[in-house]
Design a protein around this ligand. Structure first.
Ligand code: ADP
Ligand code: MG
Length: 591
């Protein structure tokens, strides 16, 4: 078990087992509410804090979980467990459809979509004839679990906190996996992940659905604990309060969610008693207080309050994860290609950005077992061409073929799957993941475990193989000593090398490297040169953008020169070096 799991798991298990024994009635109920809110907040940590997707609509999913079981158990007399199944099924379905409609839209559309959804479902609860209107539904039956009748708050205390322990375990398993790394990379944008073969849209959908299911589970528990539901607890206000909980507690940590839920619930109780006395009249004064608290939190504790506290807790030794076992059998590789086969061909490729022609009639060929260098002054259009070749941008005209297949209309994910892997001129790593985790993103497509297996940690064999592959590639590029360092802490030159290891993890036929040697010291450049020669010997095709002429001329089999978006010259390195047009472009005619 991961060490960082011990505190949240220990806490929830302790509350489950000791809460009912030690706490007075009133506090048992309070702790139950904290638990119910925590379940929703844990989903929001996954969705918002870690995945970067904001939802105001979680209370509506809680409502669906609660109303489903309420209707089925009262009107139809069905078992609460059937109510749970239907509630989860319905919620999953709605979240899937809603997610597919809104998650592709960028910017504010998702929050706005969830806001609209949250509002409409609230009025639906109030107005649908069979849901009891705003008065709600009474007499919801109790739940019994293997002969244990959950008839009062103390019984629910046990169940709720056992559920929380399970949820924490499941979410931690998810985050500590291939899918989890894709999820943790989401908020840094999807250009890199898609180019590494990750289906980012799917990862977004996964966290949206999981967060919704957790909300529905909380709703089911609520309905059978209260034995009564009405629309009020599922209003958009509550949707906002759930967000407050994770913003206050700490949006990116599981314990932060529980802390935030506790803080908000306890403060609310206390302020609801205190503030009306202070002001001499009733009213929702506590919401004004929370508003101010959130603004202060945004100013002074962006990551929430829990990280401030946990930084002061004593650190346990031995918290670092073990490096992967390199004896794990290697992942299957692609079939080998004949040497000097044509890998990539660009014909008459054009890219316009509005009126600017960044690439004009570019032709280029890259063969296996050869290093082709793409050079040219800044702004010549080299990185743009890389984006076209790797599917990050579609060309405005022209054709690109990879092996026998036309790829200029394919997504970067599909192109990656064919065997094209790349690095970025402006490094795109996930700064708060280790080098090992970052590099294993490159092997994403080589794993297949589904969500359920991942959450239950049944994919450890595959996971071990993926991490071992990443570790081998890290050794291969010479960064073995940084395996478990946070990527964001490495110097920029080394971060570029991490990107090469990540690209190699895809077992590519063709490697596209955009300025890999920038920021490297002399010895590091030599090591990079030696690595690229080894890759060439192994039959890989390499297309390289680089400014260091000595480095390029020494290494490349073939050089293509660009200027103003067009091909100025191409040929063998020594011929390029003596080409007058190239010399003029490079030296500004100063020869
Ligand atoms: P290089 O990599 O050779 O330095 P780039 O391909 O980055 O050159 O840029 C070529 C030209 O295209 C530049 O004038 C740049 O400003 C422009 N450009 C690149 N990307 C975009 C974009 N997404 N939108 C608009 N203009 C762009
Ligand atoms: Mg560039």
């Amino acid at each position: 078990m991961q060490r960082k799991l011990m505190l949240p798991l220990g806490l929830s298990l302790a509350l489950a087992l000791l809460g009912p024994l030690l706490l007075p009635d009133y506090q048992v109920t309070l702790v139950n509410y904290i638990g119910l809110y925590s379940i929703v907040a844990l989903g929001l940590v996954l969705l918002t804090g870690i995945g970067g997707l904001t939802s105001f609509g979680q209370a509506a999913f809680v409502g669906i979980g609660a109303y489903s079981t309420a209707v089925l158990t009262t009107a139809l007399g069905l078992s609460p467990w059937l109510g749970l199944l239907v509630g989860l099924g319905l919620t999953g379905l709605i979240a899937l459809v809603l997610g597919m409609l809104t998650l592709r839209l960028s910017g504010h559309y998702l929050p706005l979509g969830t806001l609209a959804w949250g509002l409409s479902i609230f009025y639906l609860f109030g107005n649908l004839p069979h849901l009891g209107g705003y008065g709600g539904i009474n007499n919801i039956p109790t739940v019994s679990l293997l002969g244990w009748e959950l008839s009062d708050a103390r019984d629910f205390n046990v169940l709720i906190w056992l559920v929380i322990a399970a949820v924490i375990w499941l979410i931690s398993n998810l985050l500590d996996s291939r899918e989890g790394r894709a999820i943790r990379a989401l908020k840094y944008g999807t250009v890199m992940t898609e180019a590494m073969g990750v289906h980012s849209g799917r990862s977004k959908l996964v966290i949206f659905v999981v967060a919704a299911l957790l909300a529905a589970l909380s709703g089911w528990l609520y309905a059978h604990m209260q034995r009564f539901v009405n629309p009020t607890p599922f209003s958009i206000n509550m949707g906002i309060e759930y967000l407050f909980m994770i913003v206050l507690g700490g949006a990116a940590s599981l314990l932060g969610a529980i802390f935030g839920a506790t803080l908000l619930t306890v403060l609310k109780q206390w302020l609801q008693d205190l503030l009306p006395q202070l002001f001499g009249q009733g009213g929702n004064f506590e919401m004004i207080f929370f508003g101010i608290l959130i603004v202060l939190c945004m100013q002074y504790a962006r990551a929430g309050l829990w990280p401030l506290i946990s930084a002061r807790l004593p650190k346990r030794a031995g918290g670092t994860p073990a490096p992967p076992d390199l004896d794990t059998p290697p992942l299957p590789r692609r079939e080998a290609l004949p040497e000097h086969a044509v890998l990539l061909r660009a014909d008459g490729v054009v890219k316009r950005f509005g009126g600017l022609v960044a690439n004009n009639n570019m032709n280029l060929q890259v063969n296996s077992g050869e290093i082709t260098a793409l050079i040219g002054p800044n702004g010549a259009g080299k990185s743009t061409l890389f984006n076209l070749l790797s599917g990050v941008l579609p060309p405005s005209a022209g054709e690109i073929h990879f092996r026998d297949q036309r790829i200029d209309q394919l997504s970067s994910r599909r192109i990656n799957a064919l065997g094209v892997s790349r690095t970025f001129q402006h490094v795109r790593l996930v700064p708060d993941m280790t080098v090992l985790e970052n590099v294993s993103l490159g092997a994403h497509r080589r794993g297949h475990a589904g969500l359920l297996r991942t959450c239950l940690h049944l994919e450890r064999g595959e996971e071990g193989a993926l991490l071992a592959e990443a570790a081998r590639q890290i050794e291969r590029v010479g960064l073995g000593e940084h395996l478990l360092d946070e990527a964001g802490n490495l110097p920029l030159g080394k971060q570029r090398i991490v990107e090469i290891a990540r690209a190699l993890c895809a077992d590519p036929y063709l490697l596209l490297l955009d300025e890999p040697a920038a920021g490297l010291r002399h010895l590091e450049k030599q090591a990079l040169g030696a690595l690229l020669r080894r890759l060439r010997e192994e039959g890989m095709g390499v297309l390289l953008v680089e400014h260091d002429m000595d480095f390029v001329m020494d290494l490349a089999d073939h050089v293509v020169v660009m200027e103003f978006g067009e091909k100025l010259a191409s040929g063998l390195p020594h011929a390029i070096q003596e080409n007058p047009a190239v010399m003029a472009a490079y030296l500004g005619g100063a020869e």
